[in-house]
Design a binder for this molecule. Structure first.
Ligand code: NAD
Length: 496
């Protein structure tokens, strides 16, 4: 059994806590690795390595830090297929999707290469006689990232590219379900010239997470995962005096207005509902059909499902892979039962597909119609290939559904009416809005984040808000007096 250990101070460090977790290949159901679970002491060792590396890294010039990011960009680009293969073998998503994930991560590294420009401050000359004022942003120190299983490469990169470019040192606690890709990234960071101790990885569960939240030398925590844990991370981290951004779960709606191109809308619903087996925080979970189009739209979605090829992620023919674990697959499938019991119509039951019978953690594409707000399949984040359809009479009802929902991550509207789309972006309560775009993940030079229970904290992730999160501001008021104008003045400083 292969073992996945920690990465501390620029090298692999075997765990000594005696606690480990299993890692599976979701396509076969076989356990392939054992991952070490860090104790609080082991987290402390990683934090100490990061603390020791901080002064020298912070003092490294901006041009050198940018240089390292350019090298990292080249290395991730060169190794994107290896990264994608590792990712697929533990997550299950199909190779092309894994490569897409690496690409979106790469864009964040490209953004971080611009760090000299991103950290430029303001300067005001002669705010008072012979007095200048300027602002600078400085790194925080040791910062940590805690990441989910569903984007084991992209989400860590969202965090560490900006954090490190800003001059911080980093401790990553990746998901214990697919931990190997972060170890490969650690090797690439080292090869790119990131000094030992600047980037560290500790694996584990709640013990490691709590050690991060309680460690006095960790100044900030970035988290992405489910809402209950995001809330816990935010409350515990801030109580311990840390800066925290904690992104949670989602229930994303795709509203289809009666004037929309229904073929285009059906293509989008299937792509965004079932891509990565629905295990995306920006997946479309609910299609909201407005007016009389519902039967036709459901028909068009349903006719597209049988032709989607479900299979192992490393099979180039596969379009949708398995789910992350057997327990998660079974939980996702249970919504087909609760939906039936609560009065919904099962249009397609993915448990009837042959893939469901094998040892892998597969569930075929499933579709539930006539979903209503009180049903469990609407109230819960399912996070699997089960798409729900709701039917409403008006645009106002559709927007009301989104705005009443506790989550507010992504949302999309499909229409040909520019005025309706503009009204929608004005009044909808979600952080990321798509107009005829079903998965509106912002590019790396904007920032990513939802509203309501999809984000705890004040800043969104990556892009300009990421740089802001990983730095603190300082304003310098400076006077180089001309000796001929110097005088004693006991008054409160004011401009003159
Ligand atoms: P999760 O919340 O179970 O785990 C996330 C991280 O928290 C992991 O590193 C895990 O080890 C740790 N963790 C789990 N239970 C914990 C506990 N009790 N105490 C302390 N730490 C704990 O999430 P997941 O299942 O890995 O990922 C899927 C979830 O992430 C979904 O809800 C999805 O919507 C969400 N997600 C959100 C975004 C976003 O940007 N908003 C992006 C990706 C995923």
């Amino acid at each position: 059994m292969d073992r996945v250990s920690h990465w501390i101070g620029g090298k692999v460090v075997p765990g000594e806590s005696g606690r480990v977790g299993p890692v599976f290949d979701p396509a076969t159901g076989e356990q392939t690795h054992e991952v070490d679970f860090a104790s609080a002491e082991e987290v402390g060792i990683a934090v100490e390595a990061a603390r020791e590396a901080f002064p020298a890294w912070r003092a490294t010039s901006l041009s050198k830090r940018a240089d390292v990011m350019f090298s990292l960009r080249e290395l991730v680009d060169q190794h994107r297929i290896d990264l994608a293969r590792i990712l697929t073998s533990q997550h299950g998503k199909v190779l092309s999707d894994a490569a897409g994930e690496v690409q979106r991560g790469l864009e964040n590294i490209e953004f971080a290469t611009g760090i000299p420009n991103l950290l430029k401050g303001d300067f005001s000359e002669q705010v008072s006689t012979e007095v200048d004022v300027y602002s600078i942003r400085q790194p925080l120190g040791v910062v940590a990232g805690i990441t989910p299983f569903n984007f084991p490469a992209m989400v860590p990169i969202w965090m560490f590219a900006n954090a490190i470019a800003c001059g911080n040192t980093f401790v990553l606690k990746p998901s214990e379900k697919d931990p190997s890709v972060s170890m490969y990234l650690a090797e690439l960071l080292k090869e790119a010239g990131v000094p030992d101790g600047v980037f560290n990885v500790v694996h584990g569960d709640r013990v490691a997470v709590d050690a991060i939240l309680e460690h006095p030398d960790i100044k900030a925590v970035s988290f992405v995962g489910s809402t209950p844990i995001a809330r816990y991370i935010y409350e515990t981290g801030t109580r311990n005096g840390k800066r925290v951004q904690a992104l949670g779960g989602a229930k994303n709606h795709m509203i289809v207005l009666p004037d929309a191109d229904l073929d285009m809308a059906a293509d989008a619903a299937v792509s965004a509902g079932y891509g990565s087996a629905g295990e995306r925080c920006m997946a479309v979970a609910t299609v909201v059909a407005v007016g009389s189009i519902a039967d036709e739209l459901v028909g068009k979605i349903a006719e597209r499902l049988p032709v989607v090829k479900v299979g192992a992620g490393n099979d180039p023919e596969s379009e949708m892979g398995p789910l992350i674990t057997r327990e998660h697959r079974d939980r996702v499938a249970s919504y087909l039962d609760s939906g039936t019991e609560q009065g919904a119509t099962i249009v397609r039951d993915g448990r009837k597909d042959a893939v469901y019978e094998g040892d892998g953690f597969f569930l075929g594409l499933s579709l539930i119609d006539h979903v209503t707000p009180d049903m469990d399949c609407y109230r819960d984040e399912i996070f699997g290939p089960v798409l729900g359809v709701m039917r409403v009479a008006t645009y106002e009802e559709a927007v009301g559904l989104v705005n009443d929902n506790p989550y507010g991550n992504g949302v999309a509207i499909f229409t040909r009416d520019g005025g309706a789309a503009r009204r929608f972006q004005f009044e909808v309560g979600a952080g990321m809005v798509g107009v005829n775009v079903p998965i509106p993940v912002p590019v790396a030079y904007y920032s990513f984040g939802g509203w309501k229970s999809s984000l705890f904290g004040d800043s969104h992730m990556y892009g300009p808000e990421g740089v802001h999160f990983y730095t603190k501001g300082k304003v310098v008021t400076s006077r180089w007096p001309d000796p001929s104008t110097s005088q004693v003045d006991l008054g409160f400083p004011r401009t003159r």
